[in-house]
Design a protein around this ligand. Structure first.
Ligand SMILES: [Zn+2]
Length: 303
């Protein structure tokens, strides 16, 4: 991550009359009495941490939901903030463990993206592993608090964006991964963790986040306002999540890439894959779980 210290001194200003009126006008345009999205955001909540701040080993803050608590103190947006963005920040600040259905659980609000845990006959599959090691460790700990030690059968990366694979080392160690030289059947039989991703994942993950890292990091600084403080005249949520975490990132290469719209059974759980290349990411896929009647659309839905 490339830091630009000068940006930390950017000056915050009140809204101009034009901005204040433009923001206010959204209350006439949209129905803010409709709170169904809030119900959706809170449905299935199992545990929400009192106050969520995640640190690295040196004591640096890598993820901070607590600093956004101000959004839940005001029902109406201040004149500096678009009311839809205010509401989006409120709903993105609901961090915790959620039950999607009996057998599918999500840790939300522990990073930009969510981690999804799906029960198999004897263990778990984890769909997407957040962006940094520290956040994924915290998400795993929250799951284990409720379900005991996780016996992880497989990890799936939905697509080649780093907020969906960068936290892998907070979930498993490199030596836990299956041997990619084996067939998928042999990997599954080996007792190691199979790491699945859509075809082209590794090529695109490397080209976007290593070859183009300097440009991508700089873009992220502007896109997400990484160095700004949360606040009415600072930064709010970023649409798909609360913000960008700044912990350690890593990558374990897929041990098997999904190359066709195939059906795979992992520890008794059937998964039907649908490749969606060139959509929200160059390499991406959807998945359907008949047992749970669960459809997982990666960021083809949210991105
Ligand atoms: Zn994405």
């Amino acid at each position: 991550m490339i830091m630009m210290p000068c940006a930390a001194f950017a000056e915050s200003r009140p809204a101009t009359d034009y901005t204040a009126e433009a923001n206010r006008s959204w209350y006439d345009t949209l129905d803010f009495s409709d709170e169904s999205e809030k119900e959706n955001a809170l449905r299935g909540l199992i545990e929400a941490p009192e106050s969520l701040i995640i640190y690295d080993e040196a004591g640096n803050v890598v993820w901070n939901v607590a600093d956004y608590s101000f959004v839940n103190e005001l029902e109406t947006a201040p004149d500096t903030v678009n009311p839809s963005l205010w509401r989006n920040t409120q709903y993105n600040s609901y961090a915790g463990l959620f039950e999607v259905c009996d057998g599918i659980y999500q840790v939300r609000g522990y990073d930009m993206a969510n981690a999804t845990f799906i029960r198999t006959d004897n263990g778990w599959i984890v769909f997407d592993v957040l962006m940094c090691t520290q956040d994924m460790q915290a998400a795993k700990a929250l799951m284990e608090k409720h379900f005991g030690e996780l016996d992880i059968k497989a990890v799936l990366y939905s697509h080649s964006h780093i907020d969906h694979y960068g936290g892998i080392l907070g979930l498993i160690n490199r030596e836990d991964a299956a041997d990619p030289a084996l067939t998928l059947a042999e990997q599954l039989a080996s007792g190691k963790v199979v790491v699945l991703a859509p075809e082209g994942f590794l090529e695109h993950a490397v080209s976007e986040n290593i070859y183009c890292n300097a440009a991508m990091s700089r873009r992220a600084m502007y896109q997400y306002g990484v160095l700004l403080e949360p606040g009415e005249t600072g930064k709010m949520s970023i649409g798909i999540g609360l913000g960008q975490s700044i912990g350690n990132t890593g990558l374990i290469a897929p041990t098997y890439e999904i190359a066709t719209d195939e059906t795979i059974v992992i520890d008794g759980l059937e998964i039907q894959f649908q490749l969606t290349p060139g959509t929200e990411a160059p390499a991406e896929m959807n998945a359907y779980f008949p047992k749970y009647r669960g459809l997982w659309l990666a960021e083809n839905c949210t991105g």
